[in-house]
Design a protein around this ligand. Structure first.
Ligand SMILES: NC(=O)c1ccc[n+]([C@@H]2O[C@H](COP(=O)([O-])OP(=O)(O)OC[C@H]3O[C@@H](n4cnc5c(N)ncnc54)[C@H](OP(=O)(O)O)[C@@H]3O)[C@@H](O)[C@H]2O)c1
Length: 284
C-alpha cells in the first residue's frame, strides 16, 4: 500500500529579479506582513510608503463606514473584527508580523482593541499619533470633554453653529433645537436632525483657511464645534475662526493606550525598520 503524505510549508518570500548589464539573477527577500488600522490620511501615506518596499506585505484596514472612500493604493480589508478578541484572531490567522494603529485620535475603541489584541496574538504594535492643535493668541477656545458637553456649552440663547464633527456624532445636537446648525460631512447625515433649522453640506477635505473663512462669513456662523484632530487638512476652520473672532468649542481628545508611537509617517516608518530588522543587525 502506498501512502501519500502532503506537507504544506508556508514560506513568505518575494522574488526580485535584478538586471545588471546583460545578466539577470533572482534575489529572494523574506516577507513581513503588516496590518495598518487606518481611516486617516497618514495611514494611507504610511501604507503607500511601506508597500513600496519589497520585503513588506501591507494590508490597510478600514471600518467600512465611508460610502466612497478615497483610493488607498494598497490591498484593503473593510469592516470591524468583532472586538479585541476578533482582532487578535485575525492577526494570528493572517500571520501578521506587526500591527500599526494609524486610526483617528477620536477612534478610541479600535485603538483600545488594538492595544489589547496585539499582546494576545503575540504581535508587536506601534501607533501613529498625530499631535493635537495648541491654542495660539487670538483663539477663543472653550474646552469640553464630550460631544454632549459641547451641546451644553452652546447655552440657551440661539446661536448659529458650524458642526464639522463627522456624521456619526451630530445627532446629540437634537437636544438643543433652538440653534441654527450648518452641518458638514463626507457622507449624508441620515436621518436628518430633528431640529427646525439645519443646513447640510457635503464636502471632503482638505479645507483651506480662505474657503473656511468665506463659509463661516456667508452663513453668519458665530460658534464652531470641533474635535482637536490635529494636522493641516481641517485646521482651516480653526484659523478662520481666530481671524473672525469666533468662539470654538473644542472637544478634548479621548485618552489613548500607551503603546510605542511616532508623530509622523517618516518617524513611524523608521520605527518599523528598526522593529523588523534582524536582531544581529540591530546589535542585540
Ligand atoms: N472618530 C473620528 O472622528 C474619525 C475621524 C476621521 C476618521 N475616522 C476613522 O473612521 C473609522 C471609525 O472611527 P470611529 O471613531 O467610529 O472608531 P471607533 O469608535 O474607535 O471604533 C468602533 C468600531 O469600528 C471598528 N473599526 C474602527 N476602525 C476600524 C478600522 N480601521 N478597521 C476595522 N475596523 C474598525 C471596530 O469594530 P470591531 O470592534 O468590530 O473590530 C471598532 O470597535 C476609524 O478607522 C477612524 O480612523 C474617525
Amino acid at each position: 500500500m502506498r501512502v501519500r503524505v502532503r506537507v504544506r510549508v508556508r514560506v513568505r518570500v518575494r522574488v526580485r529579479v535584478r538586471v545588471r548589464g546583460s545578466s539577470a539573477w533572482p534575489i529572494v527577500v523574506p516577507m513581513k506582513r503588516i496590518l495598518i488600522l487606518g481611516g486617516t490620511t497618514e495611514a494611507r501615506q504610511l501604507a503607500g510608503k511601506l508597500a513600496a518596499r519589497a520585503d513588506l506585505e501591507v494590508t490597510l484596514s478600514l471600518a467600512g463606514r465611508t460610502e466612497s472612500p478615497v483610493a488607498q493604493g494598497v490591498p484593503v480589508r473593510a469592516g470591524g473584527f468583532g472586538g479585541a478578541r476578533g482582532l487578535a484572531a485575525y492577526l494570528k490567522e493572517a500571520d501578521t508580523d506587526l500591527l500599526i494603529d494609524a486610526t483617528h485620535p477620536y477612534a478610541a475603541r479600535i485603538s483600545a482593541n488594538a492595544a489589547e489584541a496585539a499582546p494576545q496574538a503575540g504581535v508587536p504594535i506601534m501607533a501613529l499619533r498625530r499631535p493635537g492643535w495648541e491654542p495660539v493668541e487670538g483663539d477663543r477656545w472653550m474646552l469640553v470633554d464630550t460631544v454632549a458637553g459641547a451641546v451644553q456649552a452652546l447655552g440657551a440663547a440661539p446661536r448659529r453653529v458650524f458642526l464639522a464633527l463627522g456624521r456619526q456624532e451630530v445627532a446629540v445636537f437634537e437636544a438643543a433645537p433652538q440653534h441654527h446648525y450648518l452641518i458638514r460631512s463626507v457622507d449624508p447625515v441620515e436621518p436628518r436632525l430633528a431640529v427646525p433649522d439645519a443646513t447640510y453640506l457635503l464636502s471632503r477635505g482638505p479645507f483651506r483657511e480662505a474657503d473656511e473663512r468665506a463659509l463661516l462669513e456667508s452663513n453668519g456662523i458665530d460658534i464652531v464645534v470641533s474635535k482637536n484632530s490635529g494636522g493641516e487638512a481641517t485646521y482651516g476652520k480653526i484659523a478662520a475662526a481666530r481671524v473672525l473672532g469666533i468662539e470654538v468649542i473644542m472637544i478634548r481628545r479621548p485618552s489613548q493606550p500607551d503603546v510605542p508611537s511616532a508623530e509622523t509617517v517618516d518617524q513611524l516608518a523608521a520605527m518599523v525598520d528598526h522593529a523588523l530588522e534582524p536582531d544581529a543587525e540591530r546589535g542585540v
